[in-house]
Design a binder for this molecule. Sequence first.
Ligand code: SIN
Length: 536
Amino acid sequence: MQGQLTVDLAVVGTGVAGLTAALRAAELGLRVVAMTKTTVEDGNTRWAQGGIAVVLPHHDSSQPGDSVDAHVADTLAAGAGLCDEVAVRAILAAGPAAVGALRARGAVFDVNGSGGGLERTREGGHRAFRVIHAGGDATGAEVERALVVAARGGQLPLLEHQPVTEVLLDESGRVSGLALLGAGLGSVGVLRARAVLLTTGGLGQLYAASTNPEVATGDGLALALRTGALTADLEFVQFHPTALYLGAGFRGRQPLVTEAIRGAGAVLLDVTGAPVMAHVHPLGALAPRDVVAAAITSRMAATGTDHVLLDATHLDGAQLRRRFPTVYAACRAIGVDPGAAPIPVAPAAHYQCGGVVTDTSGRTTVPGLYAAGEVARTGLHGANRLASNSLLEGLVMGSRAAEAVAADLVVVARPGPSLPPSLLRPVADRDAVQRAMSAHAGIGRDAAGLAAAASVIARATTHRLVRTPCDVEDAALTLAAAAVIAAASARTESRGCHLRTDHPRTAACWRRSITVTLDDGGTPVVAQPMPVGGVA
Ligand code: SIN
């Protein structure tokens, strides 16, 4: 695969957005290759539990209050003033067709006992039951299964265990391919590509405790920044309010306890048994995620503990087990029976709301570079993503990005020869990055803490050649950390997932996105603020 082969489209990342894009590109007749640093089955998609938020035509009749407009309104409310309403409408309105295409590829969703329609649940920030799901709480696994079967069965070229070190440009600044870490230590190969689509997911591994798997190391964000792309809203790292608490000081992936359990009636209590969400928000335990995570954090501080309790003991135990088999199994593995005892939970890093700035077709600010899914910033999520909007975004934007590539390639010239790749990068020790980010850039940040995190990471950084897949990830995490810190330091207010203890209020003058690019020395710097509505 390395050497002189030229593809029309190289898709980097094989989650929901990547596989959807690659399949659509193949349908459109593009020569496409989808690549991943691990295996196709090993991304973040399979860990998604709750579901896909979508207003299907039959929802309107069975629940007359719901509509795409209502879904838009909930998304805007959760996004705390920073969503791009045009993007929100475009993406949510395309949801039914995207879900239809996924079902046509073989994905099976849970149906309700009565009319045979799809079962729906509610999650935080949703005012209607519009979240469809599969396998109870195994929606991501089913989405991934269907896409992987389609990709493998359709002979889609898949390149596994292939880290990407750089998006290559030609002399005109147009994408010309990818630099690939070679099998020999420090060797690099080149894949020539007329377009590159980044679908690498998020950056949960910036933090010591995350619901994300090991692969979520900010790779696409780093690739895009180094290419000169504009990024935005990076300060909005969403913490899921209820990751399963695995004990003091636990580090690594924490199993999710889906919000849908609160949708089914479970309540949040602190360790003294007092309700956490009383008088906090009109939607109570189903308030948007940033509100619930912040309330839990402040209650943990007030009670001097590192977790709270999610109480589902008043619900039907057998039904709970049937409806939430993944959560049930994770709880049983730590000796908790959710039907008999409250589940210990705590917030954990979960989702990158910002990312590489794109239009609603996945085009970035670099010619030939596209992004879709969690790595992208379309404007759908604003300052806080509405629950279960991400799988939907991946499906819609994966498909749209492939269509945009097909349309663009008709009119653009072939790229010229690539500028030579470089493997020299600033690389910090991962443990130092995770400790600094968890201590100072989680829920509750201030100027002094952010500066301390930046200086700890700077001291833990050396400039060196990246030689191994782990080096490539560590270099990406180092750059992602600096970019998040730059954006979080600049935003001197609290909004959505960005909670500044030294600036606790939301300020009207900050109702705009902060964009970040790299300066000539490769350091992330805050560029011009972007008005609500996105880039022109
Ligand atoms: C959940 O099931 O609570 C997570 C779904 C999401 O992150 O949107």
